[in-house]
Design a protein around this ligand. Structure first.
Ligand code: PLP
Length: 425
C-alpha cells in the first residue's frame, strides 16, 4: 500500500495528473460528468467505437449487405473475437471462442468434463461462487442421474477469503472437476490460478475458471498456469454491452478428447455440407452451438479496442493503485461511521472491486443512487460493492464518490429509505 496517500481532493488530482491511462476516458460516452459510476464491474461503460461499430453493423452490414455479410466477417466472428479476448487472458491462438452466455458455457464445459472421467463423481467449488455457477452444477448433476456429489468449500471466518486448506482436502482422487471464480463477486478475493490448478492436477482433477469478474481487471495467464478451461462474460470490464455474448477457453492439449453436450451446426465440422450426421469441429469451436447475436458480438469486438490498446499490465497497475486508494479512503472517511472492509487488504489477492460492509448497506446504496448521483451496487447481506475500472475512472471521481458516501452517513440520508429490496440490487 502506498504510504503517501492523503485525505484531500488535491491529492486525488495529483494522482490523476500522473495517470498514464487518463486519456482513455475520452474514448467513452459520459453524458453526465457529475455521475460517479462505480459499477463498471457489473456493466461496463459505452465506448465511442462501440457506437460507431453498432451503427455500421446495423445499417451497412445488416441493412445493406444482408446475407452477403456472413462471408464478410460474420461467420468467423466467434473465433476471431475469441482471439482478441485470448490476448487479455494469456491464451495462445486456437483456444478461445465467443458464444452464448457464461452460464451456458459453464454447462457445456462441465458436461464435457464429467463425461471425460465418468468414474469420478466429485465436483468441488466454493460457497462464495456466483450462484448461477452453482445452479448450473446442480442442473448437470440432476441431468446425469444424481450420481455426482458437489462439495462446497466455505470462506474463512472473515467471510472474505476461501479456506484453502479445506479446498486442498476436498480435492481427492475421486474429483472430476474443480470450478471456481477467479475473482469472487462479493469480496473481490483473487485466487492464485497456478497454485489451485496444480493442486487439482496433482489429484487428476480438471479445473474450470470463471473469469467474469477478472478479465480486463487482473493479469491472467491461462496457458502459463496450464489451465484446462475457462469461461467469462464480456459486459463487465470488457465493456461489451448488456447481454453481449460470453467466451470459453479450452486448452489445446485436451480439445480433441472433448465432446460438447449441445451438438449444433456451428459446432459441426463442415456445417455447409448439411450432412445428416454430426461430426465435431476441430478445436474449441466444437463448443459453439447455433447462430450468435451478431449485432452484439461485433459491437463487443469494437469495445475491446481501448482495452487492447491500454494493455493489461498498465490496467492492472492502475487498478491496484485505485483499490489501494479506495481502501485508504474507507479507513479514513468511512470506518468512523461503522463501515468495515469486506475485501482483502493485500492487492495480490484482490481484483478490481472492493466491498465495504455496513448493517445499513442496502439503504445507503439506495440513498447514493437516488440522491447523490453515485452508482455502486449492493450484494447481500451488507456489502456495498464498489467497482474501479482502470480504463475510464479517475482518482478525482473515487475521491468524490467516497466523500458523497461520507455525506450520506453524516446526514443520515439513508434513514428515509425502506429496506425492502428492489428487483435489481
Ligand atoms: C457476471 C457473472 C456471470 C454472468 O453469467 P451470464 O450467464 O453470462 O449472465 C457468471 N459468472 C460470474 C462469476 C459472474 O460474475
Amino acid at each position: 500500500m502506498n504510504k503517501d496517500f492523503q485525505v484531500s481532493p488535491e491529492y486525488a488530482f495529483q494522482l490523476d495528473s500522473q495517470d498514464k491511462l487518463a486519456s482513455f476516458r475520452d474514448a467513452f460516452i459520459v453524458t453526465d460528468p457529475d455521475l460517479i459510476y462505480l459499477d463498471g464491474n457489473s456493466l461496463g461503460r459505452l465506448s465511442k467505437v462501440a457506437i460507431e461499430r453498432a451503427k455500421q453493423v446495423v445499417e451497412e452490414e445488416w441493412g445493406g449487405g444482408l446475407a452477403r455479410s456472413w462471408n464478410k466477417g460474420w461467420w468467423e466472428s466467434p473465433a476471431r473475437v475469441g482471439e482478441k479476448i485470448a490476448g487479455l487472458v494469456g491464451a495462445a491462438a486456437g483456444q478461445v471462442v465467443v458464444s452464448d452466455s457464461t452460464s451456458v458455457n459453464l454447462f457445456k464445459l462441465t458436461m464435457a468434463t464429467l463425461a471425460l472421467n465418468p468414474q469420478k463423481t466429485r465436483i468441488v467449488t466454493d460457497t462464495m461462487n456466483f450462484p448461477s455457477d452453482l445452479y448450473i452444477l446442480q442442473g448437470c448433476v440432476q441431468l446425469l442421474g444424481n450420481r455426482h456429489e458437489i462439495v462446497r468449500i466455505d470462506s474463512k471466518n472473515d467471510g472474505i477469503t476461501p479456506d484453502l486448506d479445506a479446498l486442498e482436502k476436498a480435492i481427492n482422487e475421486d474429483t472430476a472437476l474443480v470450478t471456481l471464480s477467479l475473482v469472487l463477486f462479493k469480496s473481490g478475493y483473487l485466487y492464485d490460478m497456478k497454485q489451485i490448478t496444480e493442486m487439482a492436477h496433482r489429484k487428476g482433477a480438471l479445473v474450470i475458471w470463471d473469469l467474469s469478474h477478472a478479465a480486463g481487471a487482473v493479469s491472467i495467464a491461462l496457458d502459463d498456469c496450464n489451465a484446462d478451461f475457462a469461461v467469462g462474460c464480456t459486459y463487465k470490464y470488457l465493456n461489451g454491452g448488456p447481454g453481449s455474448p460470453a467466451y470459453l477457453y479450452v486448452n489445446k492439449s485436451i480439445q480433441e478428447k472433448l465432446s460438447s453436450p449441445i451438438w449444433g451446426w456451428w459446432g459441426q465440422d463442415k456445417p455447409f455440407v448439411f450432412g445428416l450426421d454430426y461430426s465435431p469441429a476441430h478445436g474449441a469451436e466444437r463448443f459453439l452451438s447455433g447462430a450468435q447475436p451478431l449485432i452484439s458480438m461485433l459491437t463487443m469486438e469494437a469495445a475491446l479496442e481501448p482495452l487492447l490498446q491500454a494493455g493489461m499490465d498498465s490496467l492492472r497497475a492502475k487498478s491496484i493503485l485505485m483499490t489501494d486508494y479506495a481502501i485508504f479512503l474507507t479507513e479514513n472517511l468511512l470506518v468512523p461511521f461503522g463501515f468495515s472492509l469486506g475485501s482483502p487488504r493485500d492487492s495480490a489477492q484482490r481484483g478490481s472491486h472492493i466491498s465495504i460492509r455496513h448493517p445499513e448497506g442496502y439503504r445507503i446504496n439506495r440513498a447514493l443512487i437516488d440522491e447523490m448521483n453515485v452508482i455502486p451496487d449492493f450484494r447481500e447481506p451488507d456489502n456495498l460493492r464498489l467497482g474501479f475500472t482502470p480504463l475510464y475512472l479517475s482518482f478525482t471521481e473515487i475521491w468524490e464518490g467516497f466523500d458523497r458516501i461520507r455525506r450520506v452517513m453524516e446526514e443520515k440520508r439513508y434513514e428515509k429509505y425502506s429496506a425492502q429490496r428492489l428487483t435489481v440490487t
